[in-house]
Structures are given as structure tokens and as C-alpha cells.
Design a protein around this ligand. Sequence first.
Ligand code: SF4
Length: 251
Amino acid sequence: MIWLVEHFYSIQGEGRFIGKPSLFFRFGGCNMRCEGFGCKERSPSGEEVVGCDTVYAVDRSFSTQWIPIKSAQELIAIMQTYELPLGVDVVFTGGEPLIYANETVLAEFLEYLVTKGHRVTFETNATIAPDFTLHPAFSSCVYALSVKLENSLEPRGKRLKPEAIAAIAANAKEAFFKFSIDEASIDASLDDEIEEISSYAPNLEIFCMPVGGSKKEIEKNTPALVEYCKERGYTFSDRLHIRLWDANKGV
Ligand code: SF4
């Protein structure tokens, strides 16, 4: 069984495919918390929870609002409620979608999407590599490797799994790095972190996007990050959905 938090048809707001019409499936649960991002939200029981901009898809106190999915057919049925262009992009996000990498439900749905010609992108923290041999459909996907940095406040050993990064980069159809950066963390140690992480998959393009769960925060973190990208030759990624709708939910 896997948890689905929400599904929506929108445009991709981040990374290499920014602006592409995409059907999003946001899965519930994550192997990290990333309290360093400092986004706050009220849980269904009224308690304040701190975490990343999708804390409602991470913290189990929100699970009363999540949908239990027991078969790939249920996800296919959800898809069929939309009027979608042929072969439209599909994005698996979260939370961390790859916590379900060994679940038959996810593998079967993936097989269906790949067979139908959809480009599937996993938005992942890159700490879990799927079994590419057991489920070859994972090799037909794109991976946005959003490896967490020191600013997430997660312990290094938890957020950095070189073997998972290398395995995904070696087996995926396509992958790229996508780092969340706030202006306060732009210093020499950031260079060291990015250089080390990218050494595990040296040929991947590096996107840097501003930290923030609101338009105000994104705007605050953007100017310094644009300058940083210009200096280092990295690609700046906006977070278009937040800039347009000032939210990260269901748009
Ligand atoms: S890894 Fe991603 S989804 Fe999980 S807590 Fe961190 S930012 Fe949120």
C-alpha cells in the first residue's frame, strides 16, 4: 500500500522541464524532515509542524488527509478522470516517492506509464536507488536529484548517499541535480558541498533554486542565487508555481 497526498494537472514549476504541462502525483512520507527550511503548517489536529515546503506530505500527523492506494489500477483510474494530451509528462513527487520503490503498486503504475509513452520524472532526495534490474521501467524515467544540503539541518550521513546518486545517474534515462539554496548559505562551504555531491555523478547538469514556501521567501532568496549561478556556471531554476500561485499545494 502506498499513500497519495494529492494529484493535480498543472505546469512543472522547477528544473529542466519548467513550464511543461504535467500530471503530478504527490506521495506521502519521507525519510527526512528538513526542518532547516523552516516552513510551518498546522496539522489536522491543530499542532504547528515545522519542515520543508511540503511538510503536509512528510509529517505523518497529516496522514488522515492522505489517500491509501492499494493497486496500480486505482492510480490509472485517477489518471483517467483528467482530459490529458497524449503522452503528457507525469511527475512523481512528495514527500519522497522512492520510499515506495519496492512497492508493486508503484512499479506496475510506472510500467503502465512508460508503455503508454509518458515521460515520468521522479523528484527525489536521491538517498534511495530503485532496483533497476528487478523493475526496468525505473530506467526509462528522469530523476531530479534534489540532494539536501547543510541548510536542511539533516545529518550528513542521512542526506548524502553517494552510492544511491551514482546508481541513479548510471541507470536512469536522464538525471540532473536540483539544489534548494537560501541566500544565507551562499559561501565557500556551499561550493565544497556542491562540488562533492556532483563528483558522484560528474556529468549531470546542476540547477539551483531558491528556498521558500511562499512568493515572498522565493523573491528574497533569488537575487543572490542568480549571481551565484552566474559565477559558477550553474543553471538557475525558478519555482514558477510558487511565484504564480504563492503556494505548493495542488496547483
Ligand atoms: S527530503 Fe524533500 S520532501 Fe523530504 S523533508 Fe526534505 S525537502 Fe521535504
